[in-house]
Design a binder for this molecule. Structure first.
Ligand code: ZN
Ligand code: ZN
Length: 275
């Protein structure tokens, strides 16, 4: 039984075959997906929730939870209407987290001070609604700048809430993971854990306590080897779990079940019983 803790099921790249893709995920053993609700900007951040509702209780389709948030790329589009919409979405029962939010200094699609302001404001909204947060963090090339700023903000503003969250698609160093773990976060690894040059990510994945690890695809992006470069999809989370198993010297089923347990324990959600 596998979980994909981070997939963009609302991507337009799935418009033609979303249902078939969900069946493929089921056939691969995926029973739960967290559908990330950033849309293509605040205007469409409700789409993940709609997908969660659309496929609810369908046979041979994983259970789909949703999040809602304003990605740092779109921070400059965050106005009062967007924050009000986010607040509304966070009150829906299918929405179990605020995200992905954070800082992206690699693309700098929004100015950094605006990214920080949107990040902080969303942490306030999430705290008021008692929702954990999903963090996107990407520093500039050969730098840890976004990690330093993200962790400083989490420690200053978020840690005290006790709500924790997920560091998604972790690419930092062990020290960043350790600070996040101290702040109540789970660390989620994505398909780049399989890339030949990603030894630092594998080193971190070897050290994070097994009860604090999740796996994800970040589909449609970042397909793991052997599908690297193709459109990613939740079924491929199997390759991420297999690589994690190899690193931790446990079998694939154990990696799958441990990460699934971690998700449900953290969110207080119930796993689907049948296999
Ligand atoms: Zn991200
Ligand atoms: Zn994402």
């Amino acid at each position: 039984m596998l979980i994909d803790s981070h997939a963009h099921l609302d991507s337009p790249r799935y418009a033609e075959d979303r249902e078939a893709l969900l069946h493929r995920a089921w056939d691969a053993g995926v029973r739960t997906i967290l559908s990330i609700g950033i849309g293509e900007g605040p205007e469409t951040m409700h789409q993940a929730l709609e997908i969660s509702r659309q496929y609810k209780d369908q046979p041979e389709i994983p259970r789909i939870f949703a999040s809602a948030g304003i990605h740092p790329h779109e921070a400059s589009l965050a106005d009062d209407a967007a924050y009000a919409k986010l607040d509304q979405l966070l009150q829906q029962p299918e929405v179990i987290a605020c995200g992905e939010i954070g800082l992206d200094y690699y693309y700098d699609n929004s100015p950094r001070d605006i990214q920080k302001a949107a990040f902080r404001r969303q942490m306030e909204i999430a705290a008021a609604r008692q929702q954990p947060i999903i963090i996107h963090c990407r520093p500039s090339e050969n730098s840890t700048n976004a990690w330093d700023d993200t962790l400083d903000l989490l420690e200053a503003q978020w840690k005290r809430t006790g709500l924790g969250g997920i560091l998604h698609c972790f690419t930092g160093e062990w020290d960043h993971a350790r600070r996040a773990l101290d702040a109540g976060f789970l660390i989620s690894f994505a398909g780049n854990i399989t890339f030949p040059k990603a030894q630092p990510i594998r080193d971190a994945a070897s050290q994070v306590p097994l009860d604090c690890i999740l796996v994800e695809t970040d589909a449609p992006f970042l397909a793991p080897v052997p599908n690297r470069g193709k459109r990613n999809e939740p079924a491929f989370v199997r390759e991420v779990a297999a690589k994690l198993a190899e690193l931790r010297q446990i079998d694939s089923e154990a990696a799958a079940s441990r990460t699934t347990e971690n998700f449900h324990r953290f969110f207080g959600t119930a796993p689907q019983l049948e296999s």
